[in-house]
Design a protein around this ligand. Structure first.
Ligand code: PMP
Length: 286
């Protein structure tokens, strides 16, 4: 079955879907994006993802490409047309197409692309049974990573380095030796006392939607959470470590820069959070 993409008001074959060479997303990375998980036929946490999209757009003064309600319908329609039962739906909004000039163009409509992709859930399940390895890299991104911009070159380079070193994620570490977040995920640890620790989202990291929903999950399970910076040394000595994102949910980390976390096996609390996540998250029928 051919894949279908939504590009600026039209449903087109994936192979023919294209944007203009002077799209500002292509020229300047002048755009933002969101990724929602699709699980068992539901779009997960759509409201929170669209709320964050609204914030990213507003911070960059990019107009909504269409009203929010019809956009929700298009999201569901793209998932439906691609018959995605498990996978992800991706949306990208850029400032639009204009002759190349750094300053904002006048009277240009923003561009919208939405795609959906099937993903075999057993891939991530198998990964979660084993756990992943992370490496660390010095933070070298701008200080507005709270905006989900398509400018991701430091993340690309960090994750490529991880891959070359046999790891699945790279953690950015700040000048004080504290872990910020992964190239495409938030970072967490579990202390010896069973307390979940993750860095505050006000500065220097993206406020992950999975992270926010995991707060709800933890509350429901009666687990304690501390939002505070944690150092790389604390992470290596932790009882458990994990990452969170829409595509990985809670994913155990079993080695950090080659050092095993605890006994080198996925932590039980991480797997409990992973299991409970879908029940608690918002589910929108596609
Ligand atoms: N941090 C970064 C840098 C990311 O790219 C992502 C994934 N988009 C996350 C955190 C996790 O965010 P979410 O849970 O909303 O997928």
């Amino acid at each position: 079955m051919p894949r279908i993409a939504y590009v600026n008001g039209r449903y087109v074959g994936h192979a023919d879907a294209a944007v203009h060479i002077e799209d500002r997303g292509y020229q300047f990375a002048d755009g933002v994006y969101e990724v929602c998980e699709v699980a068992r036929g539901y779009i997960v946490d759509m409201t929170r993802h669209l709320d964050r999209l609204a914030r990213s757009l507003s911070e960059l003064k990019i107009d909504w490409p269409m009203a929010r309600k019809p956009m929700e319908l298009v999201l569901r329609e793209v998932v439906r047309r691609n018959r995605v039962f498990n996978g992800l739906v991706y949306m990208q909004v850029t400032r639009g197409v204009a002759s190349r000039d750094f300053v904002f163009p006048d009277d240009v409509a923003s561009s919208l692309v939405i795609t959906a992709k099937k993903v075999d859930p057993s891939f991530m399940e198998k990964r979660a049974e084993k756990g992943i390895s992370v490496i660390t890299v010095p933070e070298n991104r701008w200080d507005r990573v709270d905006i989900k911009s398509v400018g991701l070159l430091p993340n690309v380079l960090a994750k490529q380095k991880a891959k070359e070193e046999g790891a699945q994620e790279a953690w950015f570490v700040d000048d004080n030796g504290n872990v910020k977040e992964g190239g495409s995920s938030n970072a967490w640890i579990v202390t010896k006392d069973g307390v979940l620790v993750t860095r505050p989202a006000e500065h220097g990291i993206l406020r992950g939607i999975t992270r926010t929903t995991l707060f709800d999950v933890a509350k429901k399970l009666g687990l304690k959470i501390e939002e505070r910076p944690f150092s790389l040394d604390e992470a290596k000595a932790a009882r458990e470590a994990f990452i969170s994102s829409a595509t990985t949910i809670a994913m155990p980390v079993v080695t950090i820069d080659g050092t095993s976390v605890a006994n080198g096996h996925p932590g039980s609390l991480t797997l409990t959070l992973r299991q409970a996540f879908f029940e608690i998250a918002e589910k929108t029928q596609s």
